[in-house]
Design a protein around this ligand. Structure first.
Ligand SMILES: *[C@@H]1O[C@H](CO)[C@@H](O)[C@H](O)[C@H]1NC(C)=O
Ligand SMILES: [Zn+2]
Length: 323
């Protein structure tokens, strides 16, 4: 009897974890396409070409007729938001991304710079009242029928932030770090194992693979990458390095895509460019688009003038049902 209760209890705990990630349903348009833009590392009150990038996002967004925008984090420089009423929210978001095509939902993760401010402010439903586009949670899922996008809070994985003394971080609801990150991975793994989406896309702030200034994030290579490989994730999209990059995994079909060039860029710190798996690297400002149908994915990168600078696509056969 006792054993039965233990089994039942662990089953219930497992169940509560399976529903751990909030899911947003984003229905597909009648034409059957899903299109979105990805921008990262942007909130600088329009400076460092943020406004120029925003203008081009508006144009490309209009051309493609996008469904939404994904932000890869570091939303507000230099130290996130000071609180719900921080004018930086209007100055760096609402008043910058003014184009009509950008008046869709913005699905947003947090970056390390956001953790230097009041994190709860960025997560607060109050911001949604100021600007209804804003959806920012720590980890969550966008369910767009044949595509599922898993948004992952990567900052708490990076050990360095817990030991450095230069900056202070808002770790409320993250401590203890070990439990928090284990639960993030457990939730993600459960959600991925249950997903029946044709395309599985994971988004986080930190790169798994990058040849830019920050390089690979070892904690994610060790802990997140094995899960992405095990559950046939197609794309991993991130920001953090202020550049545009496309790197192919050497051991799986995963594509590593960096879109962290929403404002300050031109760091001039690049390594390993001639490696075969590095398909594209651009040091300057820009953004990325993702276009999906049930059988096709197309990635495109644009610079600050809206010029297409790199393109990649893949086709997947529809599964035949085996009876
Ligand atoms: C803005 O973009 C232009 C064109 O790429 C570049 O020459 C200029 O340096 C950029 N400005 C900043 C502050 O990065
Ligand atoms: Zn960052």
């Amino acid at each position: 009897m006792f054993l039965l209760l233990v089994i039942l209890a662990s089953f219930l705990i497992d169940c509560s974890r399976a529903t751990g990630l909030e899911k947003f349903d984003h229905p597909i348009k009648v034409n059957g396409n899903l299109k979105f833009l990805v921008v990262g590392d942007w909130g600088r009150k329009g400076d460092y070409n943020q406004s120029a990038v925003a203008l081009q996002m508006g144009k490309i967004g209009e051309e493609l007729d996008i469904d939404f925008v994904v932000s890869t984090g570091d939303n507000f420089y230099t130290n996130g938001l000071t609180g719900e009423h921080d004018p930086n929210f209007l100055e760096s978001f609402t008043n910058v991304y003014k184009a009509k095509s950008l008046q869709n939902q913005w699905y947003t993760v947090l970056g390390n710079h956001d953790y230097r401010g009041d994190v709860e402010a960025q997560l607060s439903p109050y911001l949604r009242k100021i600007d209804s586009r804003w959806i920012c949670l720590r980890s969550f899922i966008i369910n767009a029928e044949f595509a599922e996008i898993f948004m992952v809070d990567t900052t708490p994985f990076v050990k360095e932030y817990f030991v450095e003394t230069k900056h202070t971080y808002d770790w409320r609801n993250v401590m203890p770090q070990k439990t928090y990150t284990e639960n993030v991975l457990k939730d993600l793994e459960n959600a991925l194992s249950e997903s029946r989406a044709k395309w599985k896309i994971v988004v986080g702030h930190h790169a798994i693979r990058s040849v830019g200034h920050h390089g690979d994030t070892n904690e994610l290579v060790e802990r997140l990458l094995p899960i992405l490989r095990a559950y046939d994730v197609d794309l991993y999209i991130n920001g953090h390095d202020h550049c545009l990059e496309h790197i192919s995994d050497t051991e799986s079909p995963i594509q590593f895509l960096t879109s962290g060039a929403g404002s300050k860029a031109w760091r001039g710190d690049v390594k390993g460019l001639n490696s075969e798996d590095v398909k594209f690297f651009y040091d300057g400002q820009g953004f990325m688009s993702v276009q999906l149908t049930p059988t096709h994915v197309e990635i495109e990168y644009y610079d600050v003038f809206g010029k297409a600078v790199h393109k990649w696509s893949r086709t997947k056969q529809l599964h035949h049902t085996v009876i």
